[in-house]
Write a protein that binds this ligand. Sequence first.
Ligand code: FAD
Length: 308
Amino acid sequence: MDDDTQHTLRRWLTGPRFTSLPVRDASHPVPLLSFEFSPPRTEAAEHQLWTCIERLGPLGPRFVSVTYGAGGSTRERTHGTVARLAKETTLVPAAHLTCVGATKEEVNEVARQYWDAGVRHIVALRGDPPPGTDYAPHPGGYAYAADLVAGLRAIAPFEISVGAYPETHPAAISPTDDLDALKRKLDAGATRAITQYFFDTDVYLRFLDRCLAAGIKAPVVPGIMPVSNFAQIARFSAMCGASVPDWLGRMFEGTENEPELRRMIGMVVAAEQVRLLQANGVDEFHFYTLNRPELTFAIAHVLGCRAA
Ligand SMILES: Cc1cc2nc3c(=O)[nH]c(=O)nc-3n(C[C@H](O)[C@H](O)[C@H](O)COP(=O)(O)OP(=O)(O)OC[C@H]3O[C@@H](n4cnc5c(N)ncnc54)[C@H](O)[C@@H]3O)c2cc1C
């Protein structure tokens, strides 16, 4: 062996050792999945959404949810998409509903319409104020998501999911206040929290510890954001308070003009993340699909899910 080879091996052998992630066998339950879509704006987007639903539906998600545009701006389109899911598919639809900028009566009316359309699951959120302004509750409205949850409970026995923030909601007074707010939403009748997406798995696992210590018993399901357009995610993350680790930026460096390469990298990043979560015992996942099926489908496959 020459000196160079010896030097290389010494370097390889003196670093920290990591064992492999546990292998999933038949004794492990297949994870429970949910998929989030956004309501389409155009005919082409509508086609893309339904292609996405057709591809992901056979994976048997527990529910599929449809977002509500800022300030209720997609009210009709969200309702149309959710109602169509309820009517034309066997999937369980969940409608996102926000209370920002609306009276209680307006919000209650939307909720009643969902119930009448056969929709039994609401993802209840406060929503965000218009960009550049601070949040102020509507004088006749639900002030926070916990109030909305209580209001929905009074309308009908909806299943209710709420949002959670492993890195703390950007407008929260403190992490403890934010955790209290999450607990209030669950105490008001929500049965599940879905997290804002995160890229540092350790942040999420520490958040679970804090939830448990705060007496939260409901599942706090990780929201997984498969990244294929890094620049877009970096911009969005700055607004919603999700941090983008340096290592993620480095992985996507130089890929601006290579969409296929970006997708492959996005796949590796997300697969690593979900496998690590799975190795830590997490067996429920919520995917922000961005109405694009392929990354989510591939990651679900890696998790052990198969199309029926
Ligand atoms: C899974 C998920 C899905 C989402 N889907 C949508 C969507 O479809 N449409 C959309 O517009 N937005 C959506 N959002 C974004 C969400 O609307 C924003 O993050 C919003 O700023 C907070 O909503 P929330 O329901 O978590 O609010 P809340 O739980 O009400 O909390 C909002 C802030 O107020 C604080 N707070 C809570 N209660 C009180 C109180 N009593 N006094 C003082 N402060 C209080 C909290 O600490 C937090 O800082 C989603 C977020 C998540 C995590």
